[in-house]
Design a protein around this ligand. Structure first.
Ligand code: IPM
Ligand code: MG
Length: 354
C-alpha cells in the first residue's frame, strides 16, 4: 500500500505527522504500508515555486492513495491566484479526477456538548454529504476580470455542470444511499440557476435506476436552515462543489467541531485523496494545539475506500471512540474548565488505543 503524505501548510504538518504515527503503528502490526512525503500548497510554492510541484503530482499519481493536511496561510495571500496554495489542492483534485468528495458528519456521543446546537438536536447524528469536487463555479470558464461598457472593473466566474458530470456524482450518491438508510436529498438552487435546473433533471433521471432509494430535492438556502433546525432529517445529501463546500463546513459544527470531520475524494476507480475538511488554521500552527482526529479519521476512510479494508477502518474509528470515551480532548472540543491535550498527545492516545 503506497501512501503519499502531503502535509501542506499551517497545522498541516502537525496533523499529518499524527496520521503518519498511526500508519507506522499499523505497519508494525504487519500491514505493508509505504509512505513518501511531498510538499503542496504554500510549501510547494516555497520549495518548487508552484503550489502543486510536478514531483508531488507524480508521487500522488504513483501512489494508491494520499493523505493531505491543509493548505493556505496569510504569507501567501498576496500571491496571484494561480500561485496561491489553494490552487495546489484544486489542481491535484482535478488532475487525479477526484470528482466524488465524501464528507461524513457523525456525532460521537461524548461530544454532544461540544456542538453549539442543543444536544437533543444532534444526538445520534450520522449524515453523509456527497460533494461534487471537480466541476461547478470552481473550475468553470470563462472567469476573470474585465472592463464593462460603463468602464467599470468586473469580476466574473462561470457556474457550469455537464450532464455526465452530474450523472456520475448522482450515481455515487445513490450507491452510498443504498448502503445506508436509502434516503437521498439533492441540494440545488433550481429556483434561480440554469445549472441547477439541469442538475435536478439529471439527478431525478438517475433516480429511475434506484427505485429503492427515496429521492428528495431541496434549495440550498433551505438546506442550510434545515441543517441547523433538524439535521437528523438528512441521511445522504448530494450537491455541487460550491454548495457542498459551504454546507459541509456548516455540518461540521453539528458534529462538535470542524476538527472532527474527515473526507475522502475519490476517482472513478476508488483511488483517493484523504483530508480533513478543515483548513490550515494559521493562528494555531506550530503550537501543538490542532485536533488531529479529522486527519486520523481520514486515514480510516482511506483503508475503507482505497484498500477495501473495512476491518482496519473500523479499528481506527473504534480507537478514536475509545480516546473520546477516555476523556481525551483537544482545545476545540474540550468542555469549559477541563484540560485540553495537544496534537501529539491525542495522536499518541489513538495509537495506544489502536
Ligand atoms: C475544502 C476547502 C477548499 C475548497 C479550499 C481550501 C480550496 O475549503 O476542501 O472544503 O474550497 O474546496
Ligand atoms: Mg471548505
Amino acid at each position: 500500500m503506497k501512501i503519499a503524505l502531503l502535509p501542506g501548510d499551517g497545522i498541516g504538518p502537525e496533523i499529518v505527522a499524527e496520521a503518519a504515527k498511526l500508519l507506522e503503528r499499523l505497519r508494525r502490526d504487519g500491514l505493508r504500508i509505504e509512505t513518501e512525503t511531498a510538499p503542496i500548497g504554500g510549501a510547494g510554492y516555497d520549495t518548487a515555486g508552484q503550489p502543486l510541484p510536478d514531483a508531488t503530482l507524480k508521487l500522488a499519481q504513483a501512489a494508491d492513495a494520499a493523505v493531505m493536511g491543509a493548505v493556505g496561510g496569510p504569507k501567501y495571500d498576496a500571491l496571484p491566484r494561480h500561485l496561491r496554495p489553494e490552487q495546489g489542492l484544486l489542481a491535484i483534485r482535478k488532475s487525479l479526477g477526484l470528482f466524488a468528495n465524501l464528507r461524513p458528519a457523525r456525532l460521537h456521543p461524548e461530544l454532544a456538548a461540544a456542538s453549539t446546537l442543543k444536544p437533543e438536536a444532534v444526538a445520534g447524528l450520522d449524515l453523509m454529504i456527497v460533494r461534487e469536487l471537480t466541476g461547478d463555479i470552481y473550475f468553470g470558464a470563462p472567469r476573470g476580470r474585465r472592463i464593462n461598457v460603463a468602464g467599470e472593473v468586473e469580476g466574473f466566474d462561470t457556474m457550469l455542470y455537464s450532464e455526465p458530470e452530474i450523472r456520475r456524482i448522482a450515481r455515487v450518491a445513490f450507491d452510498i444511499a443504498r448502503k445506508r438508510k436509502r434516503k437521498l436529498c439533492s441540494v440545488d438552487k433550481a429556483n434561480v440557476l440554469d445549472t441547477s435546473i439541469l442538475w435536478r433533471e439529471v439527478v431525478t433521471a438517475v433516480g429511475g435506476d434506484y427505485p429503492d432509494v427515496t429521492l428528495s430535492h431541496m434549495y440550498v438556502d433551505n438546506a442550510a436552515m434545515q441543517l441547523v433546525r433538524e439535521p437528523k432529517q438528512f441521511d445522504v445529501i448530494v450537491t455541487g462543489n460550491m454548495f457542498g463546500d459551504i454546507l459541509s463546513d456548516e455540518a461540521s459544527m453539528l458534529a462538535g467541531s470542524i476538527g472532527m470531520l474527515p473526507s475522502a475524494s475519490l476517482d472513478a476507480s476508488g483511488k483517493g485523496l484523504y483530508e480533513p475538511i478543515h483548513g490550515s488554521a494559521p493562528d494555531i500552527a506550530g503550537r501543538n494545539m490542532a485536533n488531529p482526529l479529522a486527519t486520523i479519521l481520514s486515514v480510516a476512510l482511506l483503508f475503507r475506500y482505497s484498500f477495501a479494508r473495512d476491518d482496519v477502518a473500523e479499528r481506527i474509528e473504534r480507537a478514536v471512540q475509545t480516546v473520546l470515551a477516555q476523556g481525551h480532548r483537544t482545545a476545540d472540543i474540550v468542555a469549559p474548565g477541563e484540560r485540553a491535550i495537544g496534537t501529539r498527545e491525542m495522536g499518541d492516545a489513538v495509537a495506544a488505543a489502536l
